[in-house]
Design a protein around this ligand. Structure first.
Ligand code: IVH
Length: 658
C-alpha cells in the first residue's frame, strides 16, 4: 500500500473508532491501540505532508468536544428505584408500608429498558428535553427528543406540564439498524438501551432521527396541579392529553394482584417489541406517596421487581481456559454469537470442571446461555434433543495453559488452581486487575499494554508500574507508544497514588478481599502499616470478616510485606481517618429546622458536615432537603413553596443509621 492510501485508510479507521466511541459509547479498540494508530498516522503525515487529509484526526483540536451538552438542573430530582428480586422481598415492601398504618393500592407498570428523560411543555409546546444525568443535573437534548415521533411537540390543549418517561428503541428497529450496520461493516449495537443512549447523545439530531427512537411517559412532575389523585389517574390523563403511555399498566388492589401481574408478564414480555427488565410497582395515591416519603435516592413508595434472566440457545464451538490472578482456571465457552436480553454474546463462563461434567456439556452441543443485565453470561445446560454424533466429550486440562505447571484442585472446591506464583498468566492478570477500574484505575494500562510491557520485561510485579517513569524515553521508542501516550500513561500512574486506602487494598488482589471488605479494613485500620500488623484474631473480631478472609489476609501480608512496603516507599501510602463516617451527604446542602428530639442542633450539624454535607441556615433553590423537627415554621413553608424535599427527624436518623 502506498503512503497516500495508507494515510487514507488510517484516517477512515480512526474516525470510525472515535465516532463510535463518542457517539455510540462503543469502544472498538483499546486506548492503546487507538493511540498506536494515531501515532502511525502522525509519522506518515510528517513524512508526506502533501497527503494530509482535511478530516484527519490529527487536524482536529480535541475529539468531538462539542459533546458537552448544556446542563439542566432539576428542581424535583429524578430518582431511581430500589430493586426487589422475588416475591418475598416484594411482600416485605408491602409489609413495611402497612406497618406504618397505610393500606396501599398499587399501580403496576412494565419497567422499560431505555433511558430516563424529562420533557417540559409551556403553553402546550414542547420546549425542553433532558436526560436524567445524576438525577439532579441532566443534559439538554431537546433537539434530539424533537426527532421522537411518539413524543408530541404540540398538545391539543395549551397546558404547561413537566413529565418523565423512558426513551427506548424498539427491538425491531434495533434489528433493522444492526442489519444495515453489519452490511456496512460497522459494529453492531449491543442492546436497545445502549443504542437509545448513544442516539440521544448525538450532536447531530439528523442521526438521532434515523435511529427511530420512541418514548413511553410515566410520571407527571406536579400531578396535583392537574387535580390528579393517584398514578392510575395520572396515566389515564397522560393518554388523554396525547402522550405515549405503555398500555400494559394495571391497577392492583393489593400485593397478591401485583404478584399475578408479574406472573403474567414474566414470559409474555419476550413477545413485546421493546425490552422490559422488570415491573415497577407504585403506591397509587399521591398523598399516601408523600406520607410514605423518600430516601435520598429512591422513593419508599415504589420498587422495581427485576425479572429473572432470559435464556437463549446457541452452539458451543469450543472451550478455552483462562488463568486468573489467584491462579484460578476458568473454562469459557466460545459460542456462535447470539443476542440475549438485547446483548450480543460470544463467550460465556462454564465456571469449573464440575459444572461442565454435572451438566454433560460437550464441544459442539447446543447450549442454553443466560445473561442478566451486566452479569457475565453463563452456560446453563445442554439441549440434548439437538446433540449430534460429532460432539466431543470434555476433559479438564491438568496443566496450566500459561506456564505448564501441574494444576491442583483444592479440597472442597470445584476450582483448579495454578500454584506457580511466577506463572506469567497469573502475574499478568494481577497487573491488569491492579490497574483496572474499581482498583487503581490507571487509564491506558489495559490487558494489551500490560502484556507488551510484561513481555519486554518492564513489568514483573505491581510496584514496577511506579518505576516505568524511569524508562520514559525507552518506552517512547516502543512501536505503537509515543511521547504523548507515554506521558499520559505516566500521568495516570502518578495520579493513581492518590487513591484511597480501600482502593489500594482491593488492588492488591488478595483472595476473598474485594471492594466491600477493603472498605471495612480501611475504616478499621486506617493505613497499610496498621494492616500489615493485623493479627488473625484482630481480624476475626471485625464484623463481616470470617476465617477464610482472615486467613487469606494474614497469609498475604506474611508473604508480601516487602511488596507492600515497596508500594509505600514509592508513594502509595494512603492514610484514612479510622472509622470515618460515610460521605453520604457529599455535595449536598441541608437545612435543619424545628426542634429535634434526639440530637442537638450542633450534633446534627456536625453529623452532616462529617458526612460531607453543608448545613445551611436558610432555604433556597440550592437546598437539597430540609430536616423538619417539631414546630418547624417558616423554613418548612419556604421549602414547600420551592418544592424542596422535607424529611422527618426519623428519616434523617435512618439515613445516618442511628
Ligand atoms: S418510575 C421515582 N416507571 O427505571 C420514580 N421508572 O430504576 C422513578 N423506568 O430511572 C421512576 N420504566 O429510567 C418508573 N414505568 C416506569 C419505568 C421506570 C422504566 C426506569 C427509569 C428509572 C429507572 C429506575
Amino acid at each position: 500500500m502506498n503512503p497516500q492510501e495508507k494515510i487514507k485508510e488510517l484516517v477512515e479507521l480512526l474516525n470510525k473508532y472515535s465516532q463510535e466511541y463518542y457517539n455510540n459509547d462503543v469502544s472498538l479498540v483499546s486506548d492503546y491501540e487507538y493511540d498506536s494508530l494515531l501515532r502511525e498516522l502522525e509519522t506518515l503525515e510528517n513524512q508526506y505532508p502533501e497527503y494530509i487529509l482535511p478530516n484527519s484526526p490529527t487536524r482536529r483540536v480535541g475529539d468531538f468536544q462539542e459533546t458537552e451538552l448544556e446542563k439542566i438542573y432539576y428542581q424535583t430530582p429524578m430518582l431511581s428505584l430500589a430493586d426487589v428480586f422475588n416475591c418475598n422481598e416484594l411482600r416485605d415492601f408491602d409489609m413495611r408500608i402497612r406497618k406504618e398504618g397505610f393500606n396501599p393500592h398499587y399501580v403496576c407498570e412494565l419497567k422499560i429498558d431505555g433511558i430516563a428523560s424529562n420533557a417540559s411543555y409551556e403553553n402546550g409546546k414542547f420546549v425542553l428535553g433532558s436526560t436524567r444525568g445524576n438525577g439532579l443535573v441532566g443534559e439538554n437534548i431537546t433537539a434530539n427528543m424533537n426527532t421522537i415521533n411518539s413524543l408530541p411537540k404540540k398538545l391539543a390543549n395549551n397546558m404547561s406540564i413537566e413529565l418523565r418517561g423512558e426513551v427506548y428503541m424498539k427491538k425491531s428497529v434495533l434489528n433493522y439498524l444492526n442489519n444495515i450496520r453489519e452490511k456496512n461493516g460497522e459494529t453492531l449495537f449491543k442492546n436497545p438501551r445502549n443504542a437509545a443512549g448513544g442516539s440521544l447523545r448525538q450532536l447531530n439530531p439528523e442521526i438521532t432521527r434515523k435511529r427511530n427512537l420512541d418514548i413511553f411517559n410515566y410520571t407527571i412532575v406536579n400531578p396535583k396541579q392537574y387535580g390528579l389523585q393517584g398514578q392510575y389517574e395520572a396515566l389515564k390523563f397522560l393518554e388523554k392529553v396525547g402522550f405515549s403511555v405503555n398500555p400494559n399498566y394495571e391497577y392492583c388492589e393489593n400485593i397478591d394482584d401485583v404478584i399475578n401481574y408479574i406472573e403474567k408478564w414474566k414470559d409474555t414480555r419476550k413477545d413485546l417489541d421493546y425490552e422490559t427488565d422488570g415491573v415497577v410497582i407504585k403506591v397509587d395515591n399521591f398523598d399516601m406517596q408523600e406520607a410514605i416519603g423518600y430516601t435520598i435516592k429512591t422513593p419508599k413508595w415504589a420498587v422495581a421487581y427485576k425479572f429473572p434472566a432470559l435464556e437463549v440457545e446457541t452452539k458451543m464451538l469450543n472451550i478455552i481456559f483462562t488463568v486468573g490472578r489467584t491462579g484460578n482456571i476458568t473454562p469459557n465457552a466460545v459460542l456462535e454469537p447470539v443476542m440475549i436480553a438485547g446483548s450480543l454474546v460470544q463467550r460465556a463462563t462454564l465456571n469449573n470442571e464440575d459444572f461442565i461434567i454435572d451438566r454433560d456439556i460437550r464441544i459442539g452441543d447446543y447450549v442454553l446461555v443466560r445473561k442478566a443485565g451486566e452479569i457475565i453470561p453463563e452456560v446453563v445446560r445442554v439441549n440434548f434433543d439437538r446433540r449430534g454424533s460429532d460432539v466431543k466429550p470434555f476433559y479438564m486440562i491438568d496443566k496450566c495453559p500459561e506456564c505448564g505447571s501441574e494444576l491442583v484442585r483444592a479440597k472442597d472446591e470445584a476450582v483448579h488452581y495454578c500454584l506457580n506464583e511466577e506463572c506469567p498468566g497469573r502475574i499478568r492478570a494481577g497487573l491488569v486487575y491492579f490497574a483496572s477500574r474499581g482498583c487503581m484505575d490507571i487509564d491506558g494500562l489495559g490487558e494489551k499494554l500490560v502484556e507488551d510491557l510484561f513481555r519486554r520485561g518492564y513489568l514483573k510485579k505491581i510496584t514496577d508500574i511506579y518505576r516505568l517513569k524511569n524508562y520514559q524515553s525507552e518506552l517512547e521508542m516502543i512501536e505503537g507508544l509515543g511521547e504523548k501516550s507515554v506521558q499520559s500513561l505516566l500521568d495516570a500512574i502518578e495520579n493513581s497514588k492518590n487513591n484511597s486506602l480501600d482502593k489500594v487494598i482491593t488492588s492488591l488482589g488478595i483472595r476473598f478481599v474485594g471492594g466491600k471488605i477493603s472498605k471495612i479494613l480501611a475504616k478499621q485500620y486506617g493505613s497499610l502499616d496498621n494492616l500489615l500488623k493485623a493479627s488473625y484474631n484482630d481480624l476475626l473480631n471485625i464484623k463481616d470478616i470470617g476465617e477464610a478472609i482472615a486467613n487469606s489476609l494474614v497469609n498475604y501480608m506474611a508473604k508480601n510485606s516487602d511488596l507492600v512496603r515497596e508500594l509505600q516507599s514509592l508513594g502509595i501510602n494512603p492514610i484514612e481517618e479510622v472509622n470515618e463516617n460515610e460521605q453520604i451527604f457529599k455535595g449536598m446542602t441541608i437545612v435543619l429546622t424545628g426542634k429535634l428530639e434526639s440530637l442537638t442542633r450542633e450534633e446534627a450539624t456536625k453529623i452532616i458536615e462529617d458526612m460531607g454535607g453543608n448545613a445551611a441556615s436558610s432555604v433556597s433553590k440550592k437546598t437539597s432537603f430540609v430536616v423538619a423537627g417539631s414546630d418547624a415554621g417558616s423554613k418548612k413553608t419556604k421549602a414547600e413553596e420551592l418544592n424542596i424535599k422535607i424529611i422527618s427527624e426519623q428519616e434523617f436518623l435512618e439515613m445516618i443509621k442511628r
